[in-house]
Design a protein around this ligand. Structure first.
Ligand code: ADP
Ligand code: MG
Length: 694
């Protein structure tokens, strides 16, 4: 008996092993088939020959042709990593870097982080073994600080070049420069749009390799009249397509996480009401802060009889291709960061997308077969209200972070820097002035010790300045938390439609009197820690668990960086065991440290100061008297303190300040003497008082 059982057991095991091997063989061979069916595959050898013959190559091909996933693999297979060197590929967006790396690891049959890895801000998923490294453009820019000749790379692919993000533009100049003294380095500049001539000219007439695409025709429909609410219109259109159109998934372009969540909610409610009258509709969101487990879901094949609807930000325009899309809904908007050098105001705003964008978006419908694109705007608007192209980011954003990085790389003369499109002198001057006011540069424009320390942090100089100030105010621990929470802030507090009151009550519990949103974030995080990083606690308090764990991971990275510049937090100094520091500050303790923490914040964010106006409604920014409002989500919305600093401005119906803290105006002069005069502060505080003297 025993022997038989033993034999059976062995047999079963062998059987399982065979099954497993079959499975992985099958997977391998279908992967191979899929790879070979991509438009780029036919040009594999020609591409490799071109790389061999030319140091710099411009590559142009339809979205989805296989540039991002295949090219690095071709180079790898052709032996460009033989001597232990890496192939780097940059992406403007973190989600794209992560999802593409996951895909390529899968195609190569390795685990992510081994031969194929990725690096995004605050997350490095690479190892000694990594040969193909996907990363955000910002991360490669930072690598220049530690390895100015990028000696670890044999090939670099600057992907999505047409996006012209700020970091990609800076990279153009830096890689062009190192290519001159590193003849062994291969450079690929890849882009989805046909306007590659400009790239070619910039890179000393590098040859252009066009991957012929074969997209199917896409029928385009416009609305007859403008839509009052494009979100509602989008949801209605989704349901109409679902009810009336043949098989095929739907891709909808929305502007951000909030909008996507709103659409998801409306769609879910509508589907529930329709019940079994309609076929199953699988709703998949994709935006930059989406947790990675959920990112993979959008690629799951749609089950027979169901339909998938992907609610995406601009990320699905060219960075990520989802197979199976036949219908595209394009409301025609995009969220953009823009900076007005005159008002000194930087804000996120929803603006009309360009015609080039609209055309890319509609193109997404024609990958698997003939498709349809529903534009939720009129033909007239298309012709008259959209710009041809989106202006490169470098021409319209605050440059202080990039200028600091360049100064750190020893590039002092920015006027002579080889920009593809040079930013206006006004923008450069503003960046220099801002860095000077923050103490990162001296009056000769040279890097200070403070500047060097600030540059260690991969974030906005205002944030790194606030973090460094925490040393002086003895609140490094707290500031690390606040900065980490700010980096996920859009999505910390959860407010379901049917439980708004409960959610608001739970969130009100985090508020520290006389503080503001930053201290509430700190308090929230500390309670999360005290709960033992508990998911149930998050649920009960209407806090997003995923955002909290991301804040925790970010914080860990930040603490390590702080050690590098010798700011010691409690964790780092090993004081955890002493009685006072063994736990996070409770609300009373935060309250008693409130002034120090807020001063530390002000040391970084003094530019973003605003004062309550006479109407007791709007605020006026201190320097330029620009009218702004407290965002309704702020815990200070009802309080309306006299003086505040804010983290960011968001333009919707009004210009809203988000993440706000009450300050004492005296701090502005104390902390930013180069920027504010005593008189300025006093004048503006006197102005509102009735004149009783004389
Ligand atoms: P390109 O860079 O030219 O736009 P990609 O290399 O990104 O093209 O895409 C090639 C193919 O790989 C597409 O069919 C796309 O759907 C598929 N793909 C990319 N990432 C993933 C993923 N994470 N899961 C499944 N398929 C993917
Ligand atoms: Mg790509």
């Amino acid at each position: 008996d025993f022997v038989m059982e033993e034999t059976l057991f062995e047999e079963a095991k062998a059987d399982e092993l065979h099954k497993f091997l079959d499975e992985s063989e099958r997977k391998k061979s279908t992967m191979k088939q899929v790879r070979e069916s991509l438009p780029i595959f036919k040009y594999r050898q020609q591409l490799l020959d071109a790389v061999e013959n030319f140091q710099i190559l411009i590559i142009v091909g339809e979205t989805g042709s296989g540039k991002t996933t295949q090219l690095p693999q071709y180079l790898y297979e052709a032996g460009y990593c033989k001597d232990g060197k890496k192939i780097g590929c940059t992406q403007p967006r973190r989600v794209a870097a992560m999802s593409v790396a996951a895909r390529v690891a899968d195609e190569m049959g390795t685990k992510i982080g081994h031969e194929v890895g990725y690096a995004i801000r605050f997350e490095d998923c690479t190892s000694e073994k990594t040969r193909i490294k996907y990363m955000t453009d910002g991360m490669l820019l930072r690598e220049f600080m530690t390895e100015p000749d990028l000696a670890g790379y044999s090939c670099l692919m600057i992907d999505e070049a047409h996006e012209r993000t700020l970091h990609t533009d800076i990279l153009f100049a830096l890689v062009k420069d190192i290519a001159r003294f590193r003849p062994d380095l291969k450079l690929l500049i890849s882009s989805a749009t046909m306007d590659a001539q400009k790239f070619s000219e910039y890179f000393d007439d590098a040859p252009i390799f066009k991957i012929p695409g074969r997209p199917y025709p896409v029928e385009i429909y416009n609305t007859k009249a403008p839509e009052a609410n494009y979100l509602t219109a989008a949801v209605t259109t989704i349901l109409q397509i679902h009810a009336s159109q043949p098989k095929g998934d739907i891709l909808v372009f929305l502007t951000g996480q909030d909008e996507i969540e709103q659409a998801m909610e409306n769609l879910t409610v509508a589907c529930r009401a329709l019940g079994s009258k309609i076929a199953e509709l699988i709703i998949c969101p994709i935006y930059s802060n989406l947790p990675s487990e959920l990112q993979a879901k959008i690629f799951d094949p749609t089950p027979e009889g169901a339909r998938k609807v992907i609610l995406a930000t601009n990320i699905a325009e060219t960075s990520i291709t989802i197979d199976g899309v036949v219908y595209v809904i394009d409301p025609g908007f995009v969220k953009q960061n823009s900076y007005n050098p005159r008002s000194g105001i930087e804000s996120l705003q929803v603006v009309a997308c360009s015609r080039a964008s609209a055309s890319q978006r509609s193109g997404r419908a024609g990958r698997v077969g003939p498709g349809k694109c529903f534009r939720l705007y009129t033909q007239h608007a298309y012709m008259n209200e959209l710009e041809d192209n989106t202006a490169p980011e470098i021409l319209r954003v605050n440059l202080s972070s990039v200028v600091l990085t360049l100064k750190c790389l020893g590039i002092n003369n920015l006027i002579k820097f080889d920009f593809m499109d040079p930013p206006s002198p006004e923008l450069l001057k503003l960046a220099l002035e801002q860095l000077y006011a923050l103490g990162a540069l001296n009056d000769k424009g040279e890097m200070t010790k403070m500047g060097r320390r600030m540059a260690e942090f991969p974030m906005d100089p205002m944030l790194s300045r606030a973090l460094l100030a925490s040393e002086k105010y003895d609140c490094a621990n707290e500031m690390a938390t606040i900065v980490s929470m700010l980096s996920v802030s859009g999505s910390v507090f959860y407010r379901p439609k049917d439980k708004k009151l409960f959610a608001d009550r739970a969130h009100a519990n985090f508020v520290i009197t006389g503080g503001g949103d930053h201290l509430a974030l700190l308090n929230c995080y500390n309670q999360f820690v005290d709960s033992g990083y508990n998911m149930q606690w998050c649920f009960e308090n209407y806090v997003q668990y995923k955002s909290m764990t991301r804040a925790r991971d970010t914080r860990d990275q930040l603490i390590a960086l702080m050690e590098r510049v010798e700011i010691y937090t409690k964790e780092a100094s090993g004081e955890e065991n002493s009685e006072l520091t063994s736990r996070n500050l409770n609300p009373q303790e935060i309250s008693s440290k409130s002034e120090d923490i807020r001063k530390s914040l002000t040391a970084g964010f003094f530019f973003n100061s605003a004062k309550l106006g006479k109407s007791k409604e709007g605020y006026s920014t201190v320097k330029r008297q620009h009218t702004v409002y407290i965002h309704p989500s702020s815990c200070l919305f009802e309080v309306k303190p006299q003086w505040v600093i804010y983290y960011e401005l968001v333009l919707t119906s009004k210009e809203y300040m988000r993440q706000i803290t009450e300050i004492d105006p005296k701090w502005l002069v104390e902390l930013a003497p180069h920027f504010y005069s005593k008189q300025e502060i006093e004048d503006s505080s006197k102005r509102k008082m009735p004149i009783t003297r004389k």
